[in-house]
Ligand binder design. Structure first.
Ligand SMILES: [Zn+2]
Length: 170
């Protein structure tokens, strides 16, 4: 480390401390030349893709923010916190698997909606209304209508339909 006071590159670590949740290591260093002290933080390199927002700004994936927005959509619904945490964990796992370094906020929203659609329809509509930023009530109603149409049994979605316990005779 280059000393911020004199620019010398040799130092000794006088104290190391792990962050409360182990998310970083804080080191107190002393410059070997001027003997002044400074602090460095060591983090794991960003392994999750950055989220590209609508306006083009990029921000690091924020697990708490995602969790908060899902919890809000599920407010007063019968979706428990563990189910929400499962959704967040699943999305995080999918982000880890991606090769791309970026994900658009729209794509991230789609991932959430995929889960919410299976979990709770009301939460799904709530989330969609925030994330798709409906301009007016008409646009919102269109979305709800298409949602209701989609709700009819779908051949491609085995998860949403209970399987018959007994096979029908041929
Ligand atoms: Zn120094």
């Amino acid at each position: 480390m280059k000393c911020p006071f004199c620019g010398h590159t040799e130092d000794r670590v006088v104290d190391s401390r792990v962050g409360r949740e182990g998310e970083f290591i804080r080191r107190r260093r002393e410059c070997l030349k001027c003997h002044r002290r400074y602090t460095t933080y060591e983090y794991i390199e960003d392994v999750l893709p950055h989220v590209v927002k609508r306006d083009g700004r990029r921000e690091p994936f924020d697990r708490q923010k995602l969790r908060g927005s899902i919890l809000k959509a599920c407010e007063k619904r019968s979706v428990g916190v563990p189910a929400v945490d499962d959704v967040v964990a699943d999305i995080e796992a999918r982000l880890h698997e991606r090769a791309e370094k970026e994900i658009s906020s729209l794509e991230l929203g789609d991932l959430v909606m995929e889960h919410l659609q299976r979990l709770d329809q009301v939460a799904y509509v709530r989330f969609a209304s925030v994330y798709r930023q409906f301009k007016d009530i008409a646009q919102f109603m269109d979305e709800v209508k298409s949602l209701l149409k989609e709700d009819k049994p779908k051949a491609s979605s085995p998860l949403s339909r209970p399987r018959p316990l007994v096979k029908a005779p041929k």
